[in-house]
Design a protein around this ligand. Structure first.
Ligand code: ZN
Length: 112
């Protein structure tokens, strides 16, 4: 699948750590969509059996806009997200937990 980026002049929420003015990356019939993110941690975990797992933690809010320069149709508070698949050791679980705690701290700041 080809990734598209549609430039915009719309501002990001203050907590977003993506480059200012990052574009919309999806377009459907009704809206342009982009994801604002922060506190993103990506871990590659190799299990004792040698299997690789990718874990991503962060906070995210999806913005839907009617057109490239607005109006914004929907932009809610961010959520903490965890994208993980696999079996983990206690060491790995603590790495994931630390990333989640960091994301929770940033979420607290972003939703005050
Ligand atoms: Zn953003």
């Amino acid at each position: 699948m080809k990734t598209i980026t549609i430039p915009t002049s719309l501002p990001c929420p203050s907590w977003c750590t993506r480059p200012a003015g990052h574009g919309f990356d999806q377009a459907d019939v009704e809206y342009l969509t982009r994801a604002h993110t922060a506190a993103v941690t990506q871990l590659e975990i190799i299990s004792v059996e040698g299997f690789s797992s990718h874990v991503t933690v962060g906070i995210m809010s999806v913005e839907n806009a009617v057109d490239v320069d607005g109006p914004v149709a929907d932009l809610g508070d961010p959520n903490v997200y965890l994208d993980a698949d696999g079996d983990f050791t206690g060491v790995h679980a603590r790495q994931i937990a630390a990333a989640l705690l960091n994301a929770a701290d940033v979420w607290d700041e972003a939703t005050r």
